[in-house]
Design a protein around this ligand. Structure first.
Ligand SMILES: *[C@@H]1O[C@H](CO)[C@@H](O)[C@H](O)[C@H]1NC(C)=O
Length: 186
């Protein structure tokens, strides 16, 4: 499978998890419910251009690799999805449009259509951040704000929790060690 189809599958699985009830009383639920229609339009556009891009893709490395797939399955999936959409909207799709030549100009309307749908999708996901429980993977500003709220007690709190931090670091590095032992991944 190529990158755009993988991306579409990932979006669908995220949206599928968020809303599985047909009864909607808000715009975010309706957005999720109606997403299959947009996805169909994306696939219809894509089928018109896929052969060209696949035929010209001769690199073996995956761009939307396992790490990205995994991050679509975490509680931070919404943020991951927006970042990937940003990447396509800011970098990939403009390059695809700029790369259209006289010979391939019939591809352009389809790429532009994907761009428009991605743009709408990103706006809807942003609007529905609360609905999606959209969080950044880690926000040090929030940690710092909590620390500052504790005023002069903050330092005791933070120093007193160093052992917790050591535990976090230990298990994180232990999980890395396990991977590095795996001959397939190292
Ligand atoms: C944390 O808050 C302090 C006090 O407002 C500020 O001086 C510092 O730059 C902040 N650090 C970060 C990483 O935002």
């Amino acid at each position: 499978m190529n990158t755009i189809s993988v991306l579409l599958l990932l979006f669908l699985s995220v949206l599928d998890k968020v809303c599985s009830t047909p009864m909607c009383n808000n715009q975010c639920c309706r957005f999720v419910e109606r997403f299959p229609g947009r996805l169909r339009r994306l696939r219809e556009d894509y089928v018109q251009i896929r052969d060209f891009y696949e035929a010209n893709d001769d690199l073996d490395t995956a761009l939307l690799d396992q790490t990205i797939e995994d991050s679509f399955k975490t509680p931070f999936a919404c943020h991951a999805m927006n970042s990937v959409l940003d990447f396509y909207l800011g970098t990939v799709l403009p390059a695809a449009i700029a790369g259209v030549s006289d010979d391939t100009k019939e591809l352009k309307p389809y790429v532009e259509s994907i761009q428009i749908i991605f743009d709408e999708l990103k706006r809807d996901v942003t609007k529905c951040k609360k609905y999606f429980a959209c969080q950044k993977q880690f926000d040090v500003l929030k940690l710092n704000a909590t620390y500052n709220q504790l005023e002069n007690k903050g330092v005791y709190k933070a120093m007193g929790e160093l052992d917790v931090l050591f535990n976090y670091i230990e298990s994180y590095l232990a999980s890395k060690r396990h991977r590095n032992d795996d001959p397939v991944l190292s």
